[in-house]
Design a protein around this ligand. Structure first.
Ligand code: ADP
Length: 448
């Protein structure tokens, strides 16, 4: 079993986004949380592996170091092409980390040219004449202008990348991309001969990304947002197929843990409450007062889990969150809630939950860590960018633990009914996949 594509993602939810796009284009994908320890066996049956780092805003030297460790592991696992994945808003500063990581990977791979494009037209990210648009506005006119860590005040990605890179940066513009893969290849060759080391590539449609994908076949390194993933799998003959997203059959009880405070999640919690299903609200002030809130949440869940999904949530409106932050401090409140929800998630597994939805990027990180998960097989998409995944729960010492189905939803993803539809979707997927004559004794329409 050969790993075709080895990916290095600079943050966790970005890694899932990339993995999800690759699965939809027909590859079987495993996402690893951090670089595996030496000697860890490589995943079976994976056409692509995505290693999720936290290197977007760490000091440059650390980001380079981690990325090189990821590269070494992926090459050891046989990866034929490397994909460095960053944010679709090109989040970085003149110090990095996109440029320095790209150059370190190029040096390690011994390659003198790579491409860079954060374009993802389905998510409103397009690149035209080297300028990045977020929806209808230039990057520098979007909310990213005020980002606390990586304010993006220049939309011209050629100059943004040049500021972080020693090699000259050029442009493959939309006329070349529109003309087809051969034209893009010719343009790359020209730039390479002129001494350029990298090129920003225009893309305003999925077709552009598909043409670019074909053009970079065989290039040792590509760098992009998650969009380019739609154009690469075809280079190895992969086509979209439901089998790429196949997960083991789900079992066990169902629960949701939500520590996200974003608008979409507030709507999803409200929708769940309105449906009359059981939900337990985690109050940070009671945690701070020393109450065993996790214990209370688990006692509540234990009474209701047999009847269907149970929600444990700290999700609140921005005003309520500000009030709590004013009293406890923002970082302290966040940490208290994350640790409590992580304990709840662990306790839920102890109660027999094997289908778990988690809302919130930071919350997901805390839960994944508390559960000791090291890898996720990426399954079917519930809503754009949010797939179900299967993980192995660490066993007692032997590592031959049980399967867990988990979905990690970052803040603003998912439709209003996400917390109930996620489980229906997982069950439906399973029923859809049952070959004729194998109905596990269920009546039509029943789900395990
Ligand atoms: P999102 O993806 O929506 O940004 P995250 O989990 O990444 O969600 O971040 C939400 C942060 O807010 C976390 O640190 C979480 O612990 C914290 N938090 C959650 N609920 C509350 C609350 N009620 N009061 C204060 N902070 C909260």
């Amino acid at each position: 079993m050969t790993i075709r594509l080895g990916c290095i993602a600079d943050d966790f939810t970005g890694a899932t986004d990339l993995a999800n796009n690759l699965v939809r284009a027909g590859m079987r994908v495993v996402q690893l949380i951090d670089v595996p320890a030496p000697g860890t066996p490589r995943p079976d049956d994976a056409d692509a592996v995505v290693i999720a780092l936290k290197s977007r805003t760490t000091p440059v030297a650390e980001a380079v170091d981690e990325s090189l460790r990821a590269l070494a592991w992926l090459r050891g696992a046989g990866a034929e092409q490397i994909y460095f994945k960053y944010c679709s808003t090109f989040d970085s500063t003149p110090a990095g980390n996109i440029g320095p990581v790209t150059e370190a990977l190029m040096d390690a791979l011994g390659t003198d040219f790579t491409v860079a494009t954060p374009a993802f037209p389905d998510n409103g990210r397009t690149v035209f004449k080297g300028h990045l648009f977020v929806g209808d506005v230039l990057l520098s006119d979007s909310g990213m202008r005020h980002h606390p860590l990586t304010p993006m005040t220049d939309s011209n990605l050629v100059s943004v990348l040049q500021a972080q890179t020693t090699r000259p940066v050029g442009l493959v513009d939309h006329t070349a991309v529109a003309a087809g893969a051969d034209e893009v290849r010719d343009r790359i060759e020209e730039l390479r001969k002129e001494g350029f080391g990298a090129a920003i590539v225009d893309a305003v449609s999925n077709d552009d990304l598909v043409r670019l994908g074909a053009a970079v076949k065989g290039l040792p390194l590509v760098t992009a947002g998650s969009g380019l993933a739609i154009g690469l799998p075809a280079n190895w003959g992969f086509e979209p197929t439901a089998t790429a997203a196949r997960l083991p059959p789900p079992g066990g009880l169902q629960a949701i843990v939500s520590g996200s405070v974003s608008t979409a999640t507030n709507g999803q919690v409200l929708d769940f409450l309105r449906s009359g299903r059981p939900a337990f609200s985690v109050d940070p002030l009671r945690i701070a007062a020393g109450e065993d809130v996790a214990g209370q949440a688990l006692a509540f869940a234990e009474r209701h889990l047999a009847d269907g999904p149970v929600l444990v949530y700290s999700t609140e409106t921005p005003d309520a969150v500000k009030n709590v932050q004013g009293r406890l401090g923002a970082a302290e409140a966040g940490e208290l809630v994350e640790q409590t929800l992580a304990r709840v998630a662990k306790g839920l597994i102890g109660l027999g939950v094997r289908q778990l939805a988690v809302a919130g990027g930071e919350t997901s990180g805390a839960v994944v860590q508390a559960l000791g998960l090291t890898g996720l097989r990426i399954g079917p998409q519930i809503d754009p960018g949010v797939p179900w995944c299967a993980a192995t729960l660490p066993g007692d010492g032997g590592g031959s633990g049980e399967p867990l189905h988990i979905t990690l939803k970052s803040g603003n993803f998912g439709g209003p009914g996400f917390f109930t539809e996620a489980f229906t979707r997982l069950a439906a997927e399973q029923t859809a996949e049952q070959p004729a004559g194998q109905t596990s004794g269920q009546a039509p329409g029943e789900h395990a």
